[in-house]
Design a protein around this ligand. Structure first.
Ligand SMILES: [Zn+2]
Length: 304
């Protein structure tokens, strides 16, 4: 496997997203040219990606493969499709996001119900919802895309295969290419947002059979050691949550004790810890470590 045929392109987050973060896209060049993920849509990013791809490959893309249905991964795909005619492919379980992103935030409604019961004010949650919807307005929907359950692409002597990696989102996939895998947000150095905890842990296990794990943000490629650190981080978090709810706690108190009081201005900073804490609690409940009585979560076992 020639690693130099993998060209990483970091697409910055627009300034109004507040942080100096970026999404890693990857260009694979063989007989066919594939772009894995596309970054957030903004006029600056359109100029940037257009110029970068033109320099690298004369703005020629056959496929845009989306690792999962989050805006910072497929936002620019619609624009690039119009510029290049590339076909956009995404796992069927995350395809709704590309059609109508407002429907892809159904997780929000579930979090909302638990959050209101757990001590959050409906008004503050509504504020977060409206910020999510503003973020959705920034993106341009792709003209057409193809959902798949499993994908195999022959890039001229090299085969690229999809690998189901649910947990961050239900339709998260990696694209496996020899000893390398492009894994989106399933693993990010330090931590990642978890929708479903058990699935996430299984997916991390799968990643460990690859030598180069090309992540969607921050450090890339990740190594097996990085994945093991991530697993340890999650297990420590579970232990922490379990200790925290020893004598019974509402969701809001659990979130505050894990993440501290959250500033009001950032929707990401507010909703993600609530969602993340809930995914830990639900997993602990399913495994018989925690019970929920009314609004209170209470541990029934000392440790994992
Ligand atoms: Zn994501």
């Amino acid at each position: 496997m020639v690693i130099s045929m993998i060209i990483p392109i970091s697409v910055p987050f627009p300034k109004d997203w507040g942080r100096g973060d970026s999404t890693h896209s990857y260009l694979l060049k063989r007989e066919l040219t594939v772009l894995i993920d596309a970054g957030l849509d903004s006029s600056d990013n359109r100029t940037y990606i257009r110029r970068t791809l033109k320099e690298l490959d004369g703005l020629n893309i056959d496929y845009i493969l989306v690792t999962h249905g989050h805006l910072d991964h497929f936002g620019l795909a619609g624009y690039l499709q119009r510029e290049t005619g590339a076909e956009i492919l995404v796992h069927e379980l995350d395809a709704t996001a590309l059609k109508d992103y407002t429907k892809a935030i159904s997780w929000y409604d579930e979090v909302y119900d638990y959050a209101v019961e757990g001590g959050y004010e409906p008004q503050e949650l509504e504020k977060i919802r409206s910020k999510l919807l503003i973020a959705i307005e920034m993106m341009r929907t792709p003209d057409f895309f193809k959902p798949f359950r499993e994908l195999t692409l022959d890039l001229g002597g090299y085969t690229l295969r999809s690998l189901s990696l649910p947990g961050h989102t239900p339709g998260s996939v990696g694209y496996a290419f020899g000893e390398s895998v492009f894994s989106g947000d399933v693993a990010i150095e330090g931590s990642t947002v978890v929708g479903e905890f058990r699935q996430e842990m299984n997916s991390l296990q799968k990643l460990k059979s690859f030598k180069n794990i090309f992540a969607g943000h921050r450090k890339t490629p990740l190594t097996i050691t990085d994945i093991e650190s991530l697993e340890t981080h999650f297990i420590n978090r579970l232990e922490q949550v379990l200790r925290t709810v020893r004598s019974g706690m509402k969701l809001r108190e659990v979130v505050n004790s894990i993440y501290g009081e959250m500033p009001e201005e950032s929707f990401v900073r507010n909703i993600i810890p609530i969602r993340q804490t809930l995914s830990y609690l639900k997993y602990l409940e399913e495994e018989g470590y925690v019970v929920k009585k009314g609004p209170l979560w209470i541990s029934v076992k000392e440790s994992l």
